[in-house]
Design a protein around this ligand. Structure first.
Ligand code: ADP
Ligand code: MG
Length: 339
């Protein structure tokens, strides 16, 4: 009998990896928006059709790519963001795994147009199911546009598993909001089926929260700040009256990325515990900055689960920072009220 084990072709390996990285149109949106942020864009546009099932486009005015890099960007484990294992402990970019574009191109029809500022011409590359269909020089604005058509065209099981357009669109907007909330200095827009859903100018954080989450937050945000050598905490908590019966508006960001962290949610809820009736949850937008060597973001491809080395210290500091912020607010609001 001859040996029977063989290496899978890249297109198959990419499609397998894509199953984990790109679960739904919103996952592609997250990856493309994060790439645009990493590219140093000052303006990012998201265009969606049919909840991303037929078309997704992200246009940025970031650093752009050379023709060779544009081709390389679709290879698996191809990245400009890290070079060696040690870099994993000092990550300052959102991406570093070099698998998002390879995954997307394995399961969709992708067109990229990109030009670096210093190049006269850009490049226009078409790739479908990991196969490059064409690449030509083109005249285009500086920056990058990724157009993703017919996501999951060759993965019927995944395509059929997608939820209604309304549900998939909610997931997309959630990703859009998370990226926009952590990058207020970047202007964003979002269009869906020809309608403008968001047009967000570059702003400070407070204004970005209000532009994105609604003017209801105008008078309701209390600044939360605490600086120590373990963690720098910043952001806003909603005044107790903006608490909701759902956990919808609870956002944590660590080192510029949205994270989920039930243990830290508890720290904030505990700080609010005397002020809220049973069953109500505070709103908050809290940003944690820690030394990149003290946070593990490499637990899952989507990087929303993280481990903090000093999680207990961060818990206590967060609770105290929020308590202090609410305390200050109650004090000054009483004065305002009496005046
Ligand atoms: P990662 O972001 O983990 O490096 P990706 O597959 O998302 O991996 O992207 C691969 C590479 O393609 C990036 O490292 C970057 O060099 C390049 N790239 C992707 N998107 C853009 C963009 N919008 N502008 C400039 N370069 C980009
Ligand atoms: Mg990326």
């Amino acid at each position: 009998m001859s040996d029977i084990i063989r290496l899978l072709p890249d297109s198959v390996a990419n499609q397998i990896a894509a199953g984990e990285v790109i679960q739904r149109p919103a996952s592609a949106v997250k990856e493309l928006l994060e790439n645009a942020v990493d590219a140093g864009a000052g303006h990012i546009e998201l265009i969606v059709k049919d909840a991303g099932k037929t078309l997704l486009q992200v246009i940025d005015n970031g650093c752009g790519m050379s023709a060779t890099d544009a081709r390389m960007s679709f290879e698996r484990h191809a990245t400009s963001k890290i070079k060696e294992a040690a870099d994993l402990f000092r990550i300052h970019t959102l991406g570093f795994r070099g698998e998002a574009l390879a995954s997307i191109a394995a399961i969709a029809q992708v067109e990229v147009k990109t030009r670096r500022m210093e190049d006269e011409l850009g490049t226009h590359l078409v790739i479908e199911g990991s196969v490059v269909k064409s690449q030509q020089p083109c005249a285009c604005t500086a920056g990058t546009s990724f157009l993703i058509k017919n996501l999951f065209f060759n993965v019927p099981a995944r395509r059929n598993f997608l939820k209604s357009d309304a549900a998939e669109m909610r997931h997309i907007l959630e990703e859009f909001q998370r990226v926009a909330l952590v990058n207020p200095q970047i202007a964003f827009s979002c269009h869906s089926n020809g309608k403008v859903l968001f047009q967000l100018p570059a702003a400070n954080l407070k204004q970005r929260i209000i532009n994105l989450m609604g003017s209801g937050f105008q008078e309701k945000l209390i600044p939360v700040n605490q600086d120590s050598n373990v963690v720098k905490i910043s952001g806003y908590a909603g005044k107790p009256e903006s608490a909701k019966k759902t956990k919808g508006e609870q956002y944590f960001f660590a080192n510029n990325r949205f994270i989920r962290h039930p243990y830290l949610n508890h720290a904030v809820e505990d700080a609010f515990s005397d002020l809220l009736p049973e069953g109500y949850f505070p709103s908050y937008f809290i940003y944690l900055d820690v030394d990149p060597s003290k946070i593990d973001i490499n637990i899952h491809p989507t990087k929303t689960e993280v481990n903090f080395l000093d999680h207990q210290v961060i818990y206590s500091m967060l609770r105290s920072a929020v308590r202090q912020a609410i305390g200050k607010f109650s004090f000054s609001s009483t004065l305002d009220f009496e005046a």
